[in-house]
Ligand binder design. Structure first.
Ligand code: T1G
Length: 701
């Protein structure tokens, strides 16, 4: 055996142990080791075999880093066949998360046991794939077609107790020592004469499938995962499990898996998988940088953001003190939180008693002295720099030494805020996205003087509260909002050139954006952008610029909150409705400015909205605001609902080809002026060198 896969006899039970940190992924050495061990066990004195893993988890899947490379023998199918055709029982002993190919290995075993805290799952769909090692054929046979479809199409893990109920596992091992429990379970199976039970021998009675089940499933899944292609193929695989014998079904599954693994959608989703984990790593920071204990948190400001942030910490059992200026504001803030939790309970996503537990962790005060002992403060008041500086000066005088002082500002100067304290090394930005208790992205904003351990602590606590963290240096709008400027600008300029709001938004939603920019403006409130523009002196003097947005606000049409903006909104359903009055206004305004309106293709809409995003992203990279191009992709996928199947704006640009992006921007510069279209030097450099952002990122180390 190897040091990755070992085999030993414990009494009459052979034990195969996999030890391939960090998650025992099914790399070639693991596949080979398991195959050799199972083969060796066929002829020895063992009466049954236990397959277990060292470390934090049972096998967590195929080795995703191997995808896209030439396959190496033995393939996973050969390993599963050896297990399934073993002349003696093979029992999987599961802890941690048996996912993807790992769970599929356990399904090829004759029996499965697990500790109570274990989970099983088939998350391949989150990588744009489907289970490619029999999961789509075995799960329907033991758990039924509907449960299998729910499990595989969602990709969500299933806890051991539920997996037991579903028949996905056979035994929950009580012993703290899983190996001992699994060995005992194996002995019990041998003594009881348990058969070599193979899931492939189960057939599904097609008569039990309700008519139209698969077609309905396809329709529902198509609506849910815009731009993704795996879901439809998953349905086809499960259909095959009903209609075809096992080996034909496996063949069908393999065909469809290969179509997916070579698709740009899966490449994009695998890119985001690794980008998300890479973004949490800070270049130049030692892996063992100490972190500060965060056992109690204070939130300054009980508005929508403050309430959502407070919930993030209460949700992971960290006590929170909310600070407001008076009791009325404080009660309002605490009520926002209670209301939000109640909605979650009503949706069935939280038990009522768990809600009370979490609410019990959130207290309020109007006295700063009450937060002297907290380990982290997050200021979440409205965007007024002077007021923020006053608050940080007060925090500096009240909070204990070593407390981290963070601001949730979405664009203010974090360095200026830090300078309002005597401890700039403890100050940084933690920019949450609304609603803070839902949106995954957390921009960690590094001030010039922010200490390394403060950064490391913020990344760690960000992951603990379930956020995907990306590091930004200080600039106006950090990464996400800074890039958004050109996107929103062009969406409105396209109206003056001949588009309707519906055409702009539909083009972007067909691409995969959750909501088009104009509908998003209506949702956020057109007055927000309007107010932010009033103070700016850097905007080009162009009467077309934000003309419709300004006009609508001045008419009192602020968006959904006033019942109309670019669209009208159904008072009951809040469904958006194209508004002929707005469309007529657009034409009138264009005529006033002698702008000749024309038919504009969806492709031009996508280019004019996304290329400024990409171009600004290139500037952000060359200025060192973002660490990597993939960090920018993480920001847009997790903070702005950029479709994960496109991999984020920088990955998407690489797929288009940077020369094509650069040439189009130069064309737009000729057509629409260089005040809007000035190619970033890095984009020009890479386009001329025939390079991608990804290659540039790798060269940066
Ligand atoms: N392959 C390669 N590396 C992996 C990996 C995998 N499957 N899973 C994790 N890693 C790396 C990860 O990049 C990180 O590396 C480190 O492990 C810790 O991960 C045939 C085709 C298991 C729940 O989709 O969900 O099987 O940054 O930070 O938060 O049908 O990792 O340290 O260098 O996420 O404790 C299906 C993916 C694959 C599971 C642990 N399996 N992994 O979470 O740690 S496709 C998955 C996870 C497949 C079959 C198909 C999580 C985790 P680094 P981490 P964590």
């Amino acid at each position: 055996m190897s040091d990755v896969v070992s085999y030993e006899l414990i009494g009459n039970i052979g034990v195969i142990s996999v030890n391939h940190p960090p998650v025992n992924a099914l790399a070639q050495v693991v596949r080979e080791g398991i195959l050799n061990a199972v083969t060796a066990a066929q002829g020895d004195a063992s009466e049954a075999i236990v397959l277990r893993c060292e470390g934090r988890t049972f096998i967590a899947g195929a080795d995703i880093t191997e995808f896209g490379k030439p396959p190496k023998e033995p393939g996973l199918a050969a390993v599963l066949a050896a297990i399934e055709n073993s002349n003696k029982l093979v029992i999987a002993a599961i802890h941690g998360t048996a996912l993807g190919g790992g769970f599929e290995v356990s399904l090829a075993c004759h029996y499965r046991c697990a500790i109570a805290s274990a989970k099983v799952g088939l998350p391949e769909v989150k990588l744009g794939l489907l289970p490619g090692a029999g999961g789509t054929q075995r799960v329907p046979r033991i758990a039924g077609v509907k449960a299998a479809l729910d499990m595989i199409a969602s990709g969500n893990p299933i806890a051991a107790d539920k997996a037991l109920d579903m028949g996905l596992i056979d035994e929950i091992v009580e012993e703290a020592d899983l190996q001992a429990g699994a060995v005992q379970y194996a002995k019990d199976l041998v003594e009881s004469g348990a058969p070599l039970r193979r899931i492939r021998d189960i057939t599904i009675d097609a008569a039990t499938i309700e008519p139209g089940f698969f077609d309905n499933a396809r329709k529902q899944l198509a609506r849910r995962a815009r731009g993704q292609i795996a879901q439809d193929k998953i349905v086809s695989c499960i259909e095959a499990a009903v209609e075809l014998p096992m080996d034909k079904g496996l063949q069908r599954e393999r065909e469809l898996f290969l179509e997916l693994v070579t698709s740009p959608e899966s490449a994009a989703m695998r890119h985001i998988f690794f980008a998300e984990r890479q973004a949490a790593k800070i270049k130049g920071l030692a892996k063992d940088t100490p972190v500060r204990e965060i056992n109690k948190v204070a939130i300054i400001g009980g508005g929508t953001m403050g309430g959502g942030i407070a919930m993030c910490f209460a949700n992971v059992d960290i006590p929170v003190v909310m600070v407001e200026i008076n009791d009325e504001a404080l009660q309002r803030g605490l009520n926002i939180i209670r209301k939000n939790y109640k909605i979650t309970v009503q949706k069935g996503k939280l038990d009522a008693d768990k809600m009370e537990d979490r609410l019990g962790l959130i207290t309020g005060t109007t006295d700063y002295a009450d937060i002297a002992d907290v380990d982290l403060v997050i200021e979440a008041i409205f965007e007024n720099l002077e007021l923020k500086k006053e608050i940080f000066a007060k925090l500096d005088s009240v909070c204990k030494p070593g407390a981290i002082l963070a601001t949730n500002t979405s664009y203010q100067d974090v360095n200026a805020i830090a300078e309002a304290t005597s401890r700039p090394q403890d100050v940084l930005g933690m920019h949450f996205f609304s609603p803070a208790n839902v949106m995954k992205l957390l921009e960690v904003v590094r001030g010039e003087k922010t200490a390394d351990d403060v950064l490391a602590t913020s990344m760690k606590i960000g992951k603990k509260i379930g956020k995907v963290c990306a590091l930004s240096r200080v600039c106006y709008g950090f990464i996400g909002n800074r890039m958004l400027g050109g996107y929103g600008r062009e969406a409105q300029l396209l109206l003056m050139d001949g588009c309707t709001p519906t055409q702009v938004d539909s083009a972007l939603e067909s691409f995969g954006m959750a909501m088009g920019p104009l509908a998003m403006g209506d949702l956020a409130g057109l007055d927000v952008g309007y107010k932010a523009r009033q103070g700016r002196t850097d905007l080009p003097d162009d009467p077309k610029l934000y003309r419709m947005g300004n006009l609508l606000v001045e008419m009192g049409r602020h968006g959904q909150k006033t019942g109309s903006g670019f669209y009208k909104y159904d008072a009951e359903t809040r469904k958006r409705i194209s508004d002929p009055e707005v469309e007529a206004m657009i034409k009138q305004e264009a005529a006033k400015l002698n702008v000749e309106q024309r038919d504009i293709s969806d492709q031009e809409i996508l280019q004019r909205c996304f290329y400024p995003l990409i171009n600004e992203g290139a500037r952000i990279l060359e200025e060192g605001i973002a660490q990597r191009p993939s960090d920018i992709d993480v920001v847009y996928v997790f903070g702005y609902a950029f479709p994960v199947a496109k991999g984020g704006p920088m990955h998407y640009a690489d797929q288009i080809g940077l020369k094509n992006v650069y040439d189009k921007i130069c064309e737009f510069r000729e057509s629409y002026g260089e005040q809007y279209w000035q190619p970033a030097p890095l984009l020009k450099q890479l386009a001329e060198a025939g390079k991608t952002f990804a290659e540039w990122g790798s060269e940066q180390g």
